[in-house]
Design a protein around this ligand. Structure first.
Ligand SMILES: NC(=O)c1ccc[n+]([C@@H]2O[C@H](COP(=O)([O-])OP(=O)(O)OC[C@H]3O[C@@H](n4cnc5c(N)ncnc54)[C@H](OP(=O)(O)O)[C@@H]3O)[C@@H](O)[C@H]2O)c1
Length: 248
């Protein structure tokens, strides 16, 4: 079937950009979409993103870019649109975690957290929107810490709370273009981001999760896939956390 620019309903497959896809959740989200036959551009800073795309296979490719750079995201949007004629799904997944109690945290960590976790998604949306048509969708990846206070998580919590606010504003602004914007909240998932959590801290977090285990990247990817196709959902926050939020 021929693909019409900016018309996802006319496209035989959807065209995705997933940021932070060199590993972890982003890679699993990209793999899930590719396994359904969709086309996916994987984005991250390291060259590993190209390897990730090659390993996933299908109609995927990797591009190196830093989401803190608006120019990088303009380049990504232009490259993908030129290749596929438009973009149907943006997943703002790239993120970093920096800790530190408020009196001790490094200002550089605060700034890096906001630049990556909050400004990054804004740059991505602004770059990609001109290439999106009615029926397109944006999925932002949030965190429980954006909704509940965890000591030592000012940088991360503030950046993810900001992203939750941005999600709601975008949902209202972009609805007239029939572009949906939602936020998926992973609970506690085994990835490189959580690999440094001590056994003791890990056990104490798992003890608060009603399902009594960490989630898998594939479980989060399944939800992102479903949300991307939920045509009457916008401005929603979808907790995928084994019940953690109910227990805090
Ligand atoms: N794991 C969890 O338990 C958990 C819980 C709640 C929310 N989350 C959220 O889920 C998302 C994915 O986390 P994860 O656990 O998969 O983390 P991860 O394993 O550390 O992966 C982070 C990804 O983001 C990319 N990235 C980081 N900074 C970037 C930048 N400036 N520009 C482009 N790409 C960048 C990394 O690739 P490069 O280093 O190659 O750039 C990597 O692909 C994050 O937004 C995180 O906050 C995770």
């Amino acid at each position: 079937m021929a693909t019409t620019t900016n018309d996802p309903m006319a496209a035989s497959t959807r065209r995705w950009i997933v940021t932070g896809a060199s590993r972890g959740l982003g890679r699993a989200i990209a793999a899930r979409a590719a396994s359904q036959g969709d086309r996916v551009c994987l984005v991250a800073r390291s060259p590993a993103v190209t390897d990730a795309a090659a390993e996933i296979g299908g109609d995927t490719f990797g591009l190196a870019a830093d989401v803190t750079s608006a120019e990088d995201l303009q380049r990504i949007a232009a490259t993908v649109s030129e290749r596929w004629g438009g973009i149907d799904v943006l997943v703002n997944n790239a993120g970093l975690h920096r800790g530190g109690k408020v009196d001790a945290l490094a200002v550089a960590d605060w700034e890096a957290s906001l630049a990556t976790n909050l400004s990054g998604p804004l740059h991505a949306v602004r770059a990609i929107l001109p290439h999106m048509g009615a029926g397109s969708t944006i999925v932002n990846i949030g965190a429980v810490v954006g909704f509940r206070g965890f000591p030592g998580d000012s940088c991360y919590g503030a950046s993810k709370a900001g992203l939750a606010g941005l999600t709601q504003v975008l949902a209202t602004e972009l609805a007239k273009q029939q572009i949906r914007v939602n936020m998926v909240i992973p609970g506690f998932v085994a990835t490189e981001m959580t690999a440094g959590v001590s056994e003791r801290a890990r056990a104490s977090i798992v003890a608060k999760i009603p399902l009594r285990r960490m989630g898998t990247a594939e479980e989060i990817a399944d939800v992102c896939w479903w949300v991307s196709g939920a045509t009457y959902m916008t401005g929603s926050v979808i907790f995928t956390d084994g019940g953690l939020m109910c227990n805090l």
